[in-house]
Write a protein that binds this ligand. Structure first.
Ligand SMILES: [Zn+2]
Length: 362
């Protein structure tokens, strides 16, 4: 069936915006064996990212639901294997930074320890070992662990910026539990200072700059303003941070984005911002626990200094196996080869569900 284009419905009281939320509806027809081969239609939707114009598919795949992980078994010696982040190995088996970066070789705060990556992805590539424990379920990734981990990651990035200001981008990433892609289940984050932040950020930077030039406003601030007004994907926030369900989700089970409209480069990100980030993450964790979500990827992006069109933002996508029989991952040819996100959770539904966890104190 041909796909029909339409703009998202806009109410009469809506205010104008240069941001266009474009989506195309479609349906696929087949004779359904579950209904004695009656002609059946399955709806689908393709959306355009309002900033980059890249598309994403929304489909109904009943088979995709979060799979329970045998987390309890990950500490068993035969499963665990060698972990350089455990016990005093974190001091004996991990590298140190050269003295000109950190005289003590590493950074620490509470349980968190920041070290260079023995297998760096980029010129400056650090790992934050978040906890002393090897296996920490979501419920036990508490406020202190998160605050300490993000704090030393940010401190590292600020330090690198001060000694090598030629690198414009600063990122903090996190793969948590399988199938997120982390090599160890021991909780750890990664921090990068780089000239090459990846295709997603590169596209966002280029399009944010073009949006600002064309419309005279910061895209991210305008996105927050219009999403808050429309109240379909706006989850919650404060004066300085805002959480939304993304119009196009990069994850199969949806995506939540936290925007810091007045933060542009890493130097703008202060302790209060870190607290807000952690508060938002903990609320999302509560949603994940309620949904039996065990794994995720996150990324926190900071742009270059001396610009005001690219605001810092944090993305989190749940990850899952499609099944644990043969451990089929939720990443398939679509994402890997077509570079096309596929999602089975509508952002408006995700927003409603997550919003319940943003009401009240955390
Ligand atoms: Zn460990």
């Amino acid at each position: 069936m041909p796909l029909k284009g339409k703009k998202e419905e806009v109410s009469m009281v809506d205010i104008s915006t240069p941001i266009e939320f474009r989506q195309v509806e479609g349906k696929s027809l087949f004779l359904d064996p579950r209904k004695e081969y009656q002609l059946t239609e399955e709806k689908l939707q393709v959306r355009y990212d309002p900033l980059t114009g890249r598309t994403g598919h929304f489909v109904r795949l009943g088979a995709v639901k979060p799979q329970r992980l045998p987390i309890e078994s990950y500490s068993n010696p035969e499963v665990k294997g060698f972990c350089p982040f455990c016990s005093d190995l974190r001091y004996r088996a991990t590298p140190k930074f050269p003295e000109y970066i950190f005289p003590d070789g590493r950074l620490s705060k509470g349980e968190a320890l920041l070290i260079p990556n023995l297998y760096p992805y980029d010129v400056y590539s650090a790992i934050t070992i978040m906890t002393t424990e090897h296996v920490v379920p979501l419920e036990r990734l508490n406020e202190k662990v998160l605050l300490d981990s993000f704090s030393i990651g940010v401190a590292f990035l600020k330090r690198i910026k001060s000694i090598d200001p030629s690198l414009p981008y600063h990122l903090t990433d996190w793969n948590y539990m399988p199938p997120s892609g982390g090599g160890l289940v021991h909780p750890h984050q990664q921090c990068f200072a780089t000239q090459f932040p990846g295709n997603q950020v590169t596209d966002e930077m280029r399009c944010s700059k073009a949006f600002y030039k064309k419309h005279g406003v910061n895209y991210w601030k305008e996105l927050v303003r219009i999403e808050q007004h429309r109240d379909k994907r706006y989850i919650g926030g404060t004066d300085s941070s805002h959480w939304l369900a993304s119009f196009v989700s990069l994850g199969v089970l949806g995506e939540i984005i936290g925007i810091f409209p007045d933060v542009y480069s890493i130097d703008d990100f202060n302790e209060a911002h870190i607290s807000e980030l952690v508060s938002g993450i903990r609320r999302i964790f509560s949603y994940c626990v309620g949904k039996n979500i065990f794994s995720f990827n996150t990324s926190l992006f900071f742009g270059p200094e001396n610009q005001d069109f690219f605001s810092a933002h944090f993305r989190i996508i749940p990850r899952t196996f499609l099944n644990t029989r043969d451990h089929a991952s939720d990443l398939c040819f679509y994402q890997a080869l077509h570079q096309e996100p596929v999602c089975v959770v509508m952002p408006e539904v995700l927003c409603k569900e997550v919003k319940a966890y943003f009401i009240g104190k955390n």
